[in-house]
Design a binder for this molecule. Structure first.
Ligand SMILES: [Zn+2]
Length: 417
């Protein structure tokens, strides 16, 4: 475990105590609201040996650079996900070294388990009794599972009319799921619970959103450590991440910076945000620190990245890494969802397919070269949100009970030769 000194504003560098996670940076509010990040004792960033072959499993393999120890941790076997070479998908856009980090293998089938693991572990360590989140998707399902594992109560605010597998999943883990009439009310109610009752927030809980709980974001550092180790400590040229509030983009970047300081690697990748709103791209074009509202682009099949406004934290990492933000359409996501499924055997949710769609845009524009190494984060399983896929599929071929007639139908349909 790494000793935590406190929290620090990502934008202005102001220091705050370790328990200040229930606020953003007050100093930055008038210009651009900014999230805080965890600061450790300076010894954390000193050169250190790479993890030994026998070191722990999954995310806890890097437990000595996380804010909670494995013995304090609430674990369901998270992390340690495969890094697949996407040979056929890469060839289709002229790339030789395209990889997919397959986060669908996590305990609740999404990358959010890394955030939930470290956030809920931190909450239990700090003595919290109730976990609270605002989510209609993967984040809520993940914290509900980890709260159940920790023996803590969990309350999740969602919206009236929300339905689908992820809502069922949250409730199956025993979370109290509450639907609000108006979306903005979830912030008011959640902020009340955090400030009045001391509930531990794992998700954003006020607007404009700055990002999720700083301790939880530390869980995403392990994605970067794993990618580097799986690539034999060679850092990819590009990392492409589907972005809602940019928690994973920030966490992964912090992991890549750590590894430079540890002496494990000698460079950092360019970080690319694949978004549906165009908010980050607009802020980059304007040179602003405050990503604008893009209400016009509200409709998307990618519910997991459906925010209409980006965050400073995502913008900051794209800028610092020399990366880009790209706006992805429903058509591109559905096409890439199909490509990953049918050509690589990987069925991911629509939001995950925004990553390779962004890679395609960059390859076609000549920004990514044929020999560049590219890792795209495959954030969650397609079974989390199968409705859009199902809507694309035609009628099922039904054959009659009579076998000869059935063979005839199958030949006519070219299933049989
Ligand atoms: Zn600040």
């Amino acid at each position: 475990m790494a000793a935590v000194l406190g929290l620090q504003c990502l934008r202005c560098g102001a220091d705050y105590p370790a328990g200040h996670f229930a606020e953003d940076c007050p100093a930055c509010r008038p210009v651009a609201r900014s999230n805080l990040v965890v600061v450790y004792e300076s010894t954390l960033r000193a050169p250190r040996g790479k993890p030994a072959a026998v070191a722990g499993r999954g995310l806890w393999r890097y437990g000595d650079v996380l804010p909670v120890s494995e013995t304090e941790g609430v674990s369901l076997g998270e992390g340690g996900s495969p890094l697949h070479r996407l040979e056929r998908a890469g060839q289709s856009i002229g790339l030789t070294h395209l990889f997919g980090k397959d986060e669908t293998r996590n305990p609740t089938w999404s990358f959010k388990d890394r955030l939930a693991c470290i956030a809920v572990s931190s909450a239990r360590k700090m003595g919290a009794k109730v976990i609270v989140s605002s989510s209609s998707g993967n984040a809520g399902a993940a914290v509900a599972a980890y709260a159940a594992r920790a023996g803590l109560d969990c309350v999740i605010f969602t919206f009236k009319g929300t339905a689908g597998p992820m809502l069922t999943q949250m409730r199956a883990y025993g979370a109290r799921v509450v639907a609000v009439e108006n979306k903005a009310d979830r912030w008011t109610l959640m902020a009340h619970a955090v400030r009045e009752y001391g509930w531990f927030p794992t998700s954003p809980f006020f607007g404009p959103v700055v990002g999720s709980n700083p301790y939880g974001i530390e869980g995403y550092k392990t994605i970067a450590y794993e990618i580097a180790e799986q690539m034999h400590w060679r850092v990819p040229d590009w990392c492409v991440v589907p972005v809602c509030y940019g928690d994973a983009l920030l966490g992964m970047w912090r992991g890549f910076e750590d590894m430079m300081a540890f002496g494990w690697t000698d460079r950092v990748p360019r970080m690319v945000a694949a978004e549906t709103s165009g908010s980050l791209a607009a802020a980059l074009a304007e040179g602003s620190d405050a990503p604008p509202d893009m209400r016009v682009n509200q409709q998307t099949i990618a519910v997991s990245i459906g925010a209409i406004r980006g965050t400073f934290q995502a913008l900051d990492i794209v800028r610092r890494s020399g990366g880009l933000a790209l706006c992805i359409t429903d058509e591109e996501m559905l096409r890439w969802q199909q490509t990953l499924s049918a050509r690589e055997g990987l069925y991911v949710e629509p939001a995950s397919a925004a990553g390779p769609a962004a890679v395609e845009q960059l390859a076609q524009a000549g920004r990514i070269g044929a020999q560049d190494s590219v890792v795209t984060l495959l954030t969650a399983s397609g079974l989390k949100d199968p409705a859009a896929t199902a809507a694309m599929q035609g009628d099922l071929l039904v054959v009659p009970a009579d076998v000869d007639a059935a063979i005839g139908v199958l030949k006519a349909a070219a299933v049989f030769p």
